[in-house]
Design a protein around this ligand. Structure first.
Ligand code: AMP
Ligand code: GLY
Length: 422
């Protein structure tokens, strides 16, 4: 089977790493890929948000299966275009990708299917939004409706902060994504990420993880794309997982099917868990990054069989074979991220890393320049370890971090602190 993966981050390196281990995989192309992916797959330059260009490329290269990594091509309808052209695709249609692309759409779906989530209201008029905030008081959450690269959410502790967020969003700080604003009740509790596969009909729970969104240790400082993750998430006990499936995820998949826009791909539910009760924070329509690195390390080659079965509508035949293990990914970022950072700084020691089925340095923003690997983005590497306990997984991940010679890189030293203590 010739496989094309779209994307070039740590998530896609982990997907490529798992897929390449499956004997079914004959040829693997990743577009655009990165310096780490280039070691296990062919990398191709391609505008991955242009469905016509991707379909043409897939045709020319005899591709049998396309796996879409990030949300942008999904929201742009790339999977629809590929399916029209006859390709097998893992990833939802543009209509189903609205579960991530529009927060108001997700809220409507929750209301329609009775999935528990924060009380909410939507506004296109700033004055009405301000009046709502004054009436509700703080804490309160203000969100840009559209895709804002994870940055369009303000958890306001005071009314003033919430009002300032309204000014910012309607002032165009998030472009079109902020033309409509969703205001939500603040939910307390512990967050977890829950991943399920769906073929539009069957729902197969894939795994759980916990991310670390803040840049600073102890979960302080500004939000990032994610600084580290581990799987499984202890807060997702069997009982909480069963409730999340029955009360949130299955009703959503059923509602999407009922509307004639079935969801096929991986659905990533961001949950808030309080007193054993899960409520939905948000959906994403793709794997999380860095959650995917931890999940793929645990799943290995079967990930390809599972994604293929989802694409072919055969998920009811499948099961996930979990080892009783743990994985952790620690993200190494360029100094200054999520603010301004330098590109092109050299990274040494990567060739000598002891990588195997329990230890992998996944690349995110890296490039090869004159025979050496350099940083080419904000989040640059994902040191990922696996072990019989979370502690063992953490030790394996940090051993990789410590073996890398990159003076311009930083990472959090406390990934897993909630589960492990400091
Ligand atoms: P989102 O992009 O919607 O997941 O929001 C980003 C982060 O903001 C989440 O991971 C939560 O930490 C926080 N957040 C979002 N909505 C709420 C809410 N209603 N109550 C409390 N925290 C929230
Ligand atoms: N790590 C969070 C995300 O991928 O959205």
């Amino acid at each position: 089977m010739n496989i094309l993966i779209l994307g070039g981050g740590g998530r896609e390196h982990a997907l490529a790493w798992a897929v390449a281990q499956n004997p079914k995989c004959d040829r693997l192309i990743v577009a655009p890929g990165n310096a780490g992916i280039a070691e296990i797959a062919d990398c191709a330059r391609l505008d991955i948000n242009d469905g016509g260009a991707v379909a043409e490329f897939a045709g020319e290269n005899g591709i049998d299966f396309v796996i879409v990594g990030p949300e942008a091509p999904l929201a742009a309808g790339v999977s629809d275009r590929l399916r029209e052209a006859g390709f097998l695709v893992f990833g939802p249609s543009r209509a189903a990708a609205a579960l991530e692309a529009s927060k108001a759409f997700t809220k409507e779906i929750c209301d329609a299917c009775g999935a528990p989530t924060a009380a909410w209201a939507r506004f296109t008029d700033p004055e009405a939004a301000r009046a709502h905030i004054r009436a509700e008081g703080a804490p309160i959450v203000v969100k840009a409706d559209g895709l804002a690269a994870g940055k369009g959410v303000i958890v306001a502790e005071t009314t003033e902060e919430a009002l300032a967020a309204i000014d910012e969003m309607f002032g165009g700080a998030f472009g079109d994504a902020g033309a409509e604003v969703v205001i939500e009740e603040f939910m307390g509790g512990e967050e977890a990420s829950f991943f399920v596969l769906s073929d539009g009909d069957t729902v197969l729970p894939l795994g759980t993880a916990q991310d670390h969104k803040r840049i600073g240790e102890g979960d302080t400082g500004p939000n990032t794309g994610g600084m580290g993750a581990y799987s499984p998430a202890p807060v997702m006990t069997d009982a909480v997982t069963a409730r999340a499936l029955d009360e949130i995820v299955r009703p959503t998949i059923d509602e999407m099917k009922r509307r004639g826009t079935p969801f096929q791909g991986v659905l990533f539910a961001g949950l808030m868990i309080e007193n054993g009760a899960p409520r939905l924070l948000e959906y994403n329509v793709r794997f999380g990054d860095p959650e995917c690195q931890a999940l793929m390390m645990r799943l290995g080659a079967q990930a390809l069989d599972l994604m293929q079965a989802a694409a072919e509508g055969r998920l009811s035949e499948m099961q996930v074979n979990w080892a009783d293990d743990h994985a952790m990914c620690v993200v190494m970022a360029a100094k200054g991220y999520p603010g301004g950072y330098a590109k092109g700084t050299g990274i040494g020691g990567l060739d000598a890393l002891p990588e195997d089925s329990h230890r992998m340095m996944f690349h995110a923003g890296t490039a090869e320049e004159g025979g050496r690997v350099v940083a080419a983005g904000g989040r640059v590497l994902g040191a990922t370890g696996r072990g019989a306990s979370l502690r063992a997984a953490r030790d394996a991940a940090y051993a990789l971090v410590d073996a890398v010679d990159w003076p311009d890189g930083v990472c959090r030293r406390d990934i897993g602190w909630r589960a492990l203590g400091k």
